[in-house]
Design a protein around this ligand. Structure first.
Ligand code: AKB
Length: 316
């Protein structure tokens, strides 16, 4: 029987693009999108869709059995900036949604699971440059703590119950189709909208804050690749480091200015500066490259070109 896929958090920044990519690959009937709210994007509402509260195990079980789901992508999460405002809510959502999906795996109700981790698992005591796969991890944010704990639970469920769970530590993701929600790296998306809307952007991170970033198409490719990889080649069952480019707000501004000369930036760092300062500058992802053949396509120049065209197309 062909595998049937459930995407949880399908209306979010990654979930929406992942849904479209998986429908392209496997066909509309093989992919069920779900979220706690009804989709606003007409593209997403075209295919199979279920309202699903990821913190409600019974709700999960019903959707999984109704559609005979085999593979789940658990993309619902509260990101770093928002979780600092609502620490307990962030912890509850991020952990209970993960436990629900891991328990579906433990009960053999689903086969394969994808769960996203993040560079937020690292903290101020982590080596900042070319951060290794295995290193000191003392995250200082609620989001990072939940992702680090989540990684340990993934590895535990894999070892103890044989759950085939796979994960990636996403860097800051850049995309234009669906707005991000409450992340520290969101400046790198807002800047494009402001560059095209007005001639000025005020960055909430300082000009020299370097962070690992990635274009959404690369992130979707990585997600599909790790899920397609043979089980034995996914050797790390906590989460894989993943990297493509690292840049600062000033680097991004300079690249955008090559296309829009009359564009200005200023800097007013807010509470997210501390979060960004606790994260790595760059990531060593050689395990992902060696184990399941990860490689990225988009550099900063290409990202800027694609983003400007993409954001412009939304305004037509
Ligand atoms: C965030 O900024 O919270 C996310 C992340 C790096 O996981 N984009």
């Amino acid at each position: 029987m062909p595998s049937k896929i459930l995407i949880v958090g399908a209306c979010g920044q990654i979930g929406s693009e992942l849904t479209l990519a998986l429908r392209d690959i496997h066909g509309d009937d093989a992919v069920v999108a779900s979220d706690i709210k009804t989709p606003t994007s007409s593209e997403l509402s075209g295919g199979l869709f279920e309202i699903l509260d990821a913190t409600d195990y019974e709700n999960f079980k019903t959707v999984v059995s109704t559609h005979k789901i085999d593979t789940v992508y658990m993309m619902a999460a509260m990101l770093s900036g928002t979780a600092e405002k609502y620490p307990e809510k962030g912890w509850d959502l991020n952990m209970s949604s993960l436990f629900n999906v891991l328990n579906l795996g433990k009960e053999k109700l689903v086969g394969k699971i994808f769960w996203p981790s993040s560079i937020a698992v690292f903290g101020p005591s982590t080596p900042k440059v070319d951060t290794p796969q295995q290193t000191i991890m003392e995250p200082s944010t609620v989001y990072g703590i939940s992702k680090q704990a989540g990684e340990r639970w993934c590895a535990y469920y894999n070892k103890r119950y044989g759950v085939d769970v796979r994960s990636i530590r996403y860097p800051g993701l850049i995309s234009y189709k669906t707005p991000p929600g409450g992340g520290t790296t969101d400046y790198a998306i807002e800047i494009f909208h402001e560059a095209l809307r007005s001639t000025k952007y005020t960055s909430f991170l300082s000009k020299d804050t370097i962070l690992p970033m990635m274009y959404m198409d690369d992130a979707i490719n990585a997600t599909v690749s790790i899920m397609d990889a043979p089980e034995e080649s996914v050797k790390i069952r906590s989460s894989y480091n993943l990297s493509s480019v690292s840049f600062t707000p000033e680097d991004l501004y300079t690249e955008i200015k090559k296309h829009i000369q009359d564009f200005h930036i200023d800097y007013e760092p807010d509470f997210r500066q501390d979060i960004a300062d606790s994260w790595p500058d760059s990531i060593d992802d050689s395990d992902a490259r060696a184990d399941w053949g990860w490689k990225h396509d988009f550099d900063l120049e290409m990202i800027v070109k694609e983003m400007l065209e993409g954001v412009k197309s939304l305004e037509v």
